[in-house]
Design a protein around this ligand. Structure first.
Ligand code: SAH
Length: 359
Protein backbone atom coordinates (compact mmCIF):
# COMPACT_ATOMS: atom_id res chain seq x y z
CA UNK A 1 0.00 0.00 0.00
CA UNK A 2 1.25 3.47 -0.82
CA UNK A 3 1.22 6.12 1.86
CA UNK A 4 -0.36 9.55 1.57
CA UNK A 5 2.88 10.94 0.17
CA UNK A 6 2.77 8.13 -2.41
CA UNK A 7 5.66 6.17 -0.97
CA UNK A 8 5.72 2.43 -1.23
CA UNK A 9 5.87 0.40 2.00
CA UNK A 10 8.82 -1.95 1.48
CA UNK A 11 7.41 -4.31 4.10
CA UNK A 12 4.46 -5.03 1.85
CA UNK A 13 6.85 -6.51 -0.72
CA UNK A 14 8.04 -10.08 -1.12
CA UNK A 15 11.67 -10.52 -2.19
CA UNK A 16 10.78 -10.85 -5.90
CA UNK A 17 8.60 -7.73 -5.69
CA UNK A 18 11.39 -5.82 -4.00
CA UNK A 19 13.70 -6.79 -6.86
CA UNK A 20 11.16 -5.54 -9.40
CA UNK A 21 10.92 -2.30 -7.47
CA UNK A 22 14.71 -1.92 -7.47
CA UNK A 23 14.78 -2.43 -11.24
CA UNK A 24 12.14 0.25 -11.60
CA UNK A 25 14.45 2.75 -9.90
CA UNK A 26 17.48 1.56 -11.92
CA UNK A 27 19.22 -0.27 -9.12
CA UNK A 28 20.77 -3.75 -9.17
CA UNK A 29 18.57 -6.52 -7.82
CA UNK A 30 21.21 -7.90 -5.43
CA UNK A 31 20.52 -4.91 -3.21
CA UNK A 32 17.22 -6.59 -2.36
CA UNK A 33 19.01 -9.12 -0.21
CA UNK A 34 20.80 -6.40 1.74
CA UNK A 35 17.63 -4.39 2.23
CA UNK A 36 15.75 -7.45 3.51
CA UNK A 37 18.58 -8.06 5.91
CA UNK A 38 18.20 -4.59 7.39
CA UNK A 39 14.40 -4.52 7.39
CA UNK A 40 14.00 -7.80 9.22
CA UNK A 41 16.93 -7.64 11.59
CA UNK A 42 19.36 -9.91 9.80
CA UNK A 43 18.56 -13.45 10.93
CA UNK A 44 18.98 -15.05 14.33
CA UNK A 45 22.17 -13.24 15.29
CA UNK A 46 20.97 -9.89 13.98
CA UNK A 47 19.20 -6.94 15.43
CA UNK A 48 15.70 -7.66 16.76
CA UNK A 49 13.09 -5.70 14.86
CA UNK A 50 15.40 -4.44 12.12
CA UNK A 51 16.24 -0.86 11.32
CA UNK A 52 13.82 1.66 9.90
CA UNK A 53 15.85 4.55 8.64
CA UNK A 54 17.52 4.09 5.27
CA UNK A 55 20.54 5.99 6.57
CA UNK A 56 21.22 3.17 8.99
CA UNK A 57 21.57 0.74 6.05
CA UNK A 58 25.27 1.40 5.88
CA UNK A 59 26.23 -1.05 3.13
CA UNK A 60 23.90 0.65 0.63
CA UNK A 61 25.43 3.41 -1.49
CA UNK A 62 24.38 6.92 -0.59
CA UNK A 63 22.61 7.43 -3.90
CA UNK A 64 20.40 4.40 -3.31
CA UNK A 65 19.62 5.49 0.23
CA UNK A 66 18.60 8.85 -1.16
CA UNK A 67 16.35 7.28 -3.80
CA UNK A 68 14.74 5.04 -1.17
CA UNK A 69 14.08 7.98 1.12
CA UNK A 70 12.28 9.74 -1.73
CA UNK A 71 10.19 6.83 -2.99
CA UNK A 72 9.82 4.31 -0.21
CA UNK A 73 8.96 3.85 3.42
CA UNK A 74 9.73 1.11 5.95
CA UNK A 75 6.16 1.01 7.27
CA UNK A 76 7.27 1.72 10.80
CA UNK A 77 4.72 1.17 13.56
CA UNK A 78 5.48 2.69 16.93
CA UNK A 79 3.32 1.86 19.90
CA UNK A 80 1.12 4.67 21.22
CA UNK A 81 0.69 2.69 24.37
CA UNK A 82 2.32 -0.38 25.93
CA UNK A 83 0.67 -2.16 28.82
CA UNK A 84 2.81 -4.64 30.70
CA UNK A 85 1.17 -7.37 32.75
CA UNK A 86 2.40 -7.55 36.33
CA UNK A 87 1.42 -11.18 36.46
CA UNK A 88 3.28 -12.74 33.54
CA UNK A 89 5.20 -10.11 31.57
CA UNK A 90 2.71 -10.14 28.69
CA UNK A 91 2.80 -6.86 26.76
CA UNK A 92 -0.14 -5.36 24.93
CA UNK A 93 0.62 -2.81 22.25
CA UNK A 94 -1.65 -0.18 20.78
CA UNK A 95 -0.43 0.97 17.38
CA UNK A 96 -1.71 3.95 15.46
CA UNK A 97 -2.05 3.47 11.71
CA UNK A 98 -1.51 6.29 9.24
CA UNK A 99 -5.23 6.58 8.48
CA UNK A 100 -6.25 7.13 12.09
CA UNK A 101 -7.24 3.57 12.90
CA UNK A 102 -5.55 1.79 15.76
CA UNK A 103 -4.80 -1.88 16.26
CA UNK A 104 -3.57 -4.03 19.10
CA UNK A 105 -1.06 -6.86 19.37
CA UNK A 106 0.07 -8.97 22.29
CA UNK A 107 3.58 -10.23 23.10
CA UNK A 108 3.76 -13.34 25.25
CA UNK A 109 6.60 -15.28 26.84
CA UNK A 110 6.40 -19.04 26.99
CA UNK A 111 8.84 -21.75 28.04
CA UNK A 112 9.51 -22.50 24.38
CA UNK A 113 10.13 -18.92 23.31
CA UNK A 114 8.46 -15.62 22.53
CA UNK A 115 5.18 -15.36 20.75
CA UNK A 116 3.17 -12.54 19.19
CA UNK A 117 -0.56 -12.41 18.70
CA UNK A 118 -1.15 -10.37 15.55
CA UNK A 119 -4.24 -8.48 14.35
CA UNK A 120 -5.27 -9.07 10.74
CA UNK A 121 -7.89 -6.33 10.36
CA UNK A 122 -8.79 -3.03 11.98
CA UNK A 123 -12.07 -4.16 13.49
CA UNK A 124 -13.95 -7.22 12.28
CA UNK A 125 -17.25 -7.87 10.51
CA UNK A 126 -17.97 -11.38 11.79
CA UNK A 127 -20.08 -10.11 14.69
CA UNK A 128 -19.47 -12.90 17.22
CA UNK A 129 -21.64 -12.04 20.21
CA UNK A 130 -19.05 -12.62 22.94
CA UNK A 131 -16.09 -10.88 21.33
CA UNK A 132 -15.00 -7.27 21.82
CA UNK A 133 -13.08 -7.06 18.55
CA UNK A 134 -16.05 -6.82 16.23
CA UNK A 135 -18.29 -4.54 18.24
CA UNK A 136 -17.72 -1.56 15.99
CA UNK A 137 -17.59 -3.50 12.74
CA UNK A 138 -14.80 -3.63 10.19
CA UNK A 139 -12.77 -0.55 9.38
CA UNK A 140 -10.36 -2.08 6.92
CA UNK A 141 -8.00 -4.93 6.10
CA UNK A 142 -4.39 -4.72 7.24
CA UNK A 143 -1.65 -5.12 4.65
CA UNK A 144 1.02 -7.82 4.93
CA UNK A 145 3.50 -5.12 5.95
CA UNK A 146 1.25 -3.87 8.73
CA UNK A 147 0.97 -7.40 10.06
CA UNK A 148 4.71 -8.09 10.01
CA UNK A 149 5.48 -4.72 11.58
CA UNK A 150 3.49 -5.74 14.67
CA UNK A 151 6.06 -8.49 15.24
CA UNK A 152 9.04 -6.28 14.44
CA UNK A 153 7.83 -3.45 16.69
CA UNK A 154 7.49 -5.88 19.60
CA UNK A 155 11.01 -7.14 18.91
CA UNK A 156 12.35 -3.59 18.97
CA UNK A 157 10.50 -2.84 22.18
CA UNK A 158 11.62 -5.98 24.03
CA UNK A 159 15.02 -6.38 22.36
CA UNK A 160 14.13 -10.04 21.94
CA UNK A 161 13.53 -12.24 18.94
CA UNK A 162 10.07 -13.67 18.42
CA UNK A 163 9.78 -17.17 17.04
CA UNK A 164 6.07 -17.97 17.21
CA UNK A 165 3.21 -16.14 15.58
CA UNK A 166 -0.50 -16.59 16.20
CA UNK A 167 -2.98 -14.72 14.04
CA UNK A 168 -5.56 -14.41 16.79
CA UNK A 169 -5.78 -10.69 17.36
CA UNK A 170 -8.51 -8.43 16.05
CA UNK A 171 -10.01 -9.43 12.73
CA UNK A 172 -10.87 -12.52 10.74
CA UNK A 173 -7.70 -13.55 8.86
CA UNK A 174 -9.59 -15.53 6.21
CA UNK A 175 -11.64 -12.41 5.45
CA UNK A 176 -8.32 -10.85 4.40
CA UNK A 177 -6.82 -13.90 2.75
CA UNK A 178 -4.44 -12.37 0.20
CA UNK A 179 -2.71 -10.13 2.72
CA UNK A 180 -2.58 -12.97 5.23
CA UNK A 181 -0.88 -15.14 2.60
CA UNK A 182 1.64 -12.36 1.90
CA UNK A 183 2.30 -12.03 5.62
CA UNK A 184 2.97 -15.76 6.02
CA UNK A 185 5.33 -15.77 3.03
CA UNK A 186 7.21 -12.82 4.50
CA UNK A 187 7.55 -14.54 7.88
CA UNK A 188 8.97 -17.59 6.14
CA UNK A 189 11.35 -15.73 3.79
CA UNK A 190 14.84 -17.18 4.40
CA UNK A 191 16.51 -13.80 3.89
CA UNK A 192 14.09 -12.17 6.30
CA UNK A 193 12.76 -13.65 9.52
CA UNK A 194 13.06 -17.23 8.30
CA UNK A 195 10.30 -18.43 10.61
CA UNK A 196 9.25 -22.04 10.32
CA UNK A 197 5.73 -22.56 8.94
CA UNK A 198 5.14 -24.86 11.90
CA UNK A 199 5.61 -21.94 14.28
CA UNK A 200 2.70 -20.06 12.76
CA UNK A 201 -0.95 -20.56 13.74
CA UNK A 202 -3.93 -19.03 12.02
CA UNK A 203 -7.33 -18.99 13.70
CA UNK A 204 -10.59 -18.66 11.77
CA UNK A 205 -14.24 -18.51 12.68
CA UNK A 206 -14.82 -20.94 9.83
CA UNK A 207 -14.88 -19.37 6.36
CA UNK A 208 -15.05 -22.70 4.56
CA UNK A 209 -13.78 -21.81 1.05
CA UNK A 210 -10.64 -20.30 2.57
CA UNK A 211 -9.96 -23.43 4.63
CA UNK A 212 -9.69 -25.25 1.31
CA UNK A 213 -7.27 -22.66 -0.14
CA UNK A 214 -5.23 -22.70 3.04
CA UNK A 215 -4.78 -26.49 3.00
CA UNK A 216 -3.55 -26.20 -0.56
CA UNK A 217 -1.24 -23.24 -0.06
CA UNK A 218 0.05 -23.56 3.52
CA UNK A 219 -0.20 -27.21 4.58
CA UNK A 220 2.48 -26.74 7.24
CA UNK A 221 0.89 -23.80 9.05
CA UNK A 222 -1.23 -24.69 12.09
CA UNK A 223 -4.95 -24.16 11.76
CA UNK A 224 -7.29 -23.34 14.62
CA UNK A 225 -11.05 -23.19 14.19
CA UNK A 226 -13.29 -21.17 16.49
CA UNK A 227 -16.11 -23.64 17.02
CA UNK A 228 -17.59 -22.62 20.37
CA UNK A 229 -20.72 -24.75 20.15
CA UNK A 230 -21.83 -28.36 19.71
CA UNK A 231 -24.66 -27.62 17.25
CA UNK A 232 -25.97 -25.04 14.79
CA UNK A 233 -28.66 -23.81 17.11
CA UNK A 234 -26.24 -22.60 19.76
CA UNK A 235 -23.54 -21.66 17.26
CA UNK A 236 -26.05 -19.57 15.35
CA UNK A 237 -26.79 -17.59 18.51
CA UNK A 238 -23.12 -16.93 19.15
CA UNK A 239 -21.65 -16.60 15.67
CA UNK A 240 -23.54 -15.19 12.67
CA UNK A 241 -21.01 -16.86 10.32
CA UNK A 242 -22.56 -20.22 11.10
CA UNK A 243 -25.61 -19.26 9.03
CA UNK A 244 -23.42 -19.16 5.93
CA UNK A 245 -21.43 -22.26 6.87
CA UNK A 246 -23.34 -24.70 9.07
CA UNK A 247 -21.38 -27.07 11.29
CA UNK A 248 -21.73 -30.08 9.02
CA UNK A 249 -20.19 -28.16 6.16
CA UNK A 250 -17.47 -26.74 8.40
CA UNK A 251 -16.54 -30.08 9.91
CA UNK A 252 -16.50 -31.67 6.48
CA UNK A 253 -14.02 -29.01 5.36
CA UNK A 254 -11.94 -29.79 8.46
CA UNK A 255 -11.88 -33.48 7.62
CA UNK A 256 -10.81 -32.67 4.07
CA UNK A 257 -8.11 -30.37 5.48
CA UNK A 258 -6.68 -33.17 7.63
CA UNK A 259 -6.86 -35.64 4.78
CA UNK A 260 -4.85 -33.32 2.61
CA UNK A 261 -2.32 -32.09 5.18
CA UNK A 262 -2.23 -34.84 7.84
CA UNK A 263 -2.25 -31.99 10.35
CA UNK A 264 -4.16 -31.94 13.59
CA UNK A 265 -6.72 -29.16 13.88
CA UNK A 266 -7.26 -27.21 17.08
CA UNK A 267 -10.87 -26.39 17.88
CA UNK A 268 -11.29 -23.39 20.11
CA UNK A 269 -14.27 -23.54 22.40
CA UNK A 270 -15.04 -20.52 24.52
CA UNK A 271 -17.02 -21.63 27.55
CA UNK A 272 -19.94 -19.33 28.30
CA UNK A 273 -21.92 -19.97 31.45
CA UNK A 274 -25.32 -21.48 30.79
CA UNK A 275 -24.93 -21.19 27.02
CA UNK A 276 -22.60 -23.95 25.81
CA UNK A 277 -20.97 -25.41 28.92
CA UNK A 278 -23.40 -28.12 30.11
CA UNK A 279 -22.64 -31.84 30.27
CA UNK A 280 -25.00 -32.53 27.37
CA UNK A 281 -23.11 -29.94 25.28
CA UNK A 282 -19.84 -31.72 26.04
CA UNK A 283 -21.31 -35.06 25.03
CA UNK A 284 -22.77 -33.68 21.83
CA UNK A 285 -19.48 -32.00 20.95
CA UNK A 286 -17.54 -35.23 21.52
CA UNK A 287 -20.00 -37.03 19.27
CA UNK A 288 -19.56 -34.46 16.50
CA UNK A 289 -15.76 -34.57 16.66
CA UNK A 290 -15.45 -38.33 16.98
CA UNK A 291 -12.74 -39.82 14.78
CA UNK A 292 -11.23 -36.47 13.81
CA UNK A 293 -7.52 -35.71 14.23
CA UNK A 294 -8.07 -32.79 16.57
CA UNK A 295 -7.57 -31.16 19.90
CA UNK A 296 -10.02 -28.96 21.78
CA UNK A 297 -8.78 -25.82 23.45
CA UNK A 298 -11.27 -24.71 26.08
CA UNK A 299 -11.19 -20.99 26.79
CA UNK A 300 -13.20 -19.83 29.78
CA UNK A 301 -14.91 -16.67 28.51
CA UNK A 302 -13.04 -13.47 29.13
CA UNK A 303 -15.87 -11.26 30.20
CA UNK A 304 -16.53 -8.25 28.03
CA UNK A 305 -18.78 -5.87 29.85
CA UNK A 306 -21.21 -5.00 27.05
CA UNK A 307 -22.10 -8.60 26.19
CA UNK A 308 -23.82 -9.54 29.47
CA UNK A 309 -22.26 -13.00 29.18
CA UNK A 310 -20.48 -14.73 32.02
CA UNK A 311 -17.60 -17.12 32.30
CA UNK A 312 -17.72 -20.77 33.27
CA UNK A 313 -16.07 -21.39 36.63
CA UNK A 314 -12.87 -23.43 36.87
CA UNK A 315 -14.54 -26.54 38.28
CA UNK A 316 -17.21 -26.64 35.60
CA UNK A 317 -14.60 -26.06 32.89
CA UNK A 318 -12.60 -29.02 34.20
CA UNK A 319 -15.73 -31.18 34.25
CA UNK A 320 -16.39 -30.24 30.62
CA UNK A 321 -12.81 -31.11 29.72
CA UNK A 322 -13.17 -34.53 31.33
CA UNK A 323 -16.34 -35.30 29.39
CA UNK A 324 -14.41 -34.75 26.17
CA UNK A 325 -11.34 -36.71 27.31
CA UNK A 326 -13.46 -39.67 28.43
CA UNK A 327 -14.94 -39.79 24.97
CA UNK A 328 -11.53 -39.80 23.34
CA UNK A 329 -11.25 -36.11 22.41
CA UNK A 330 -8.01 -34.55 23.71
CA UNK A 331 -8.81 -31.28 25.46
CA UNK A 332 -6.97 -28.68 27.48
CA UNK A 333 -8.05 -25.55 29.29
CA UNK A 334 -6.15 -22.57 28.01
CA UNK A 335 -4.01 -20.71 30.47
CA UNK A 336 -4.81 -17.09 29.86
CA UNK A 337 -1.95 -14.66 29.72
CA UNK A 338 -2.36 -10.95 30.07
CA UNK A 339 -5.81 -11.02 31.62
CA UNK A 340 -4.97 -8.07 33.87
CA UNK A 341 -4.30 -5.86 30.85
CA UNK A 342 -7.28 -7.02 28.76
CA UNK A 343 -4.81 -8.74 26.47
CA UNK A 344 -6.63 -12.03 26.54
CA UNK A 345 -8.70 -13.57 23.72
CA UNK A 346 -11.66 -11.52 22.63
CA UNK A 347 -10.63 -8.50 24.63
CA UNK A 348 -8.69 -6.77 21.90
CA UNK A 349 -10.67 -3.96 20.39
CA UNK A 350 -10.60 -1.66 17.50
CA UNK A 351 -9.30 1.69 18.51
CA UNK A 352 -9.68 4.94 16.71
CA UNK A 353 -7.20 7.67 17.40
CA UNK A 354 -7.31 11.29 16.61
CA UNK A 355 -11.02 11.07 15.88
CA UNK A 356 -10.34 8.83 12.89
CA UNK A 357 -8.58 11.61 11.00
CA UNK A 358 -5.41 10.99 9.08
CA UNK A 359 -2.28 11.57 11.10
N1 SAH B 1 -11.47 -14.23 13.89
C1 SAH B 1 -10.58 -15.32 14.23
C2 SAH B 1 -9.40 -14.83 14.98
C3 SAH B 1 -9.68 -14.37 16.39
S1 SAH B 1 -8.91 -15.50 17.43
C4 SAH B 1 -11.35 -16.40 14.91
O1 SAH B 1 -12.53 -16.21 15.17
O2 SAH B 1 -10.81 -17.46 15.15
C5 SAH B 1 -9.47 -15.12 18.96
C6 SAH B 1 -10.08 -16.33 19.67
O3 SAH B 1 -10.64 -15.88 20.90
C7 SAH B 1 -11.23 -16.91 18.87
O4 SAH B 1 -11.34 -18.28 19.08
C8 SAH B 1 -12.39 -16.18 19.49
O5 SAH B 1 -13.60 -16.81 19.23
C9 SAH B 1 -12.00 -16.21 20.93
N2 SAH B 1 -12.71 -15.21 21.72
C10 SAH B 1 -13.32 -14.11 21.28
N3 SAH B 1 -13.88 -13.43 22.29
C11 SAH B 1 -13.58 -14.12 23.41
C12 SAH B 1 -13.87 -13.91 24.78
N4 SAH B 1 -14.55 -12.85 25.19
N5 SAH B 1 -13.40 -14.81 25.66
C13 SAH B 1 -12.67 -15.88 25.24
N6 SAH B 1 -12.38 -16.11 23.97
C14 SAH B 1 -12.84 -15.26 23.06
Amino acid sequence: MKTKDNKINLKDLQMDELKTFLKSIDEPVFRGKQIFHWLYGGGAEGRPGGVHSFDEMTNLPKTLRQKLTETADTGLLTPIKVQISKVDGTRKYLFGLKDGNAIESVFMKYKYGNSICVSSQAGCRMGCKFCASGMDGLRRNLTAGEMIEQLLAAERDTGEKINHVVVMGTGEPFDNYENLAGFIRLLHEPLGLNLSMRNITVSTCGLVPMIECFAEEFPQVNLAISLHAPNDEIRGEMMPVSKAYPMDVLLEACRAYTKKTSRRITFEYTLVKGVNDGASHGEELAQRLKGMLCHVNLIPLNQVEETGLFTTEKKAAEAFRQILEKRGIPATIRRELGDDIDGACGQLRLGVINGGQEL
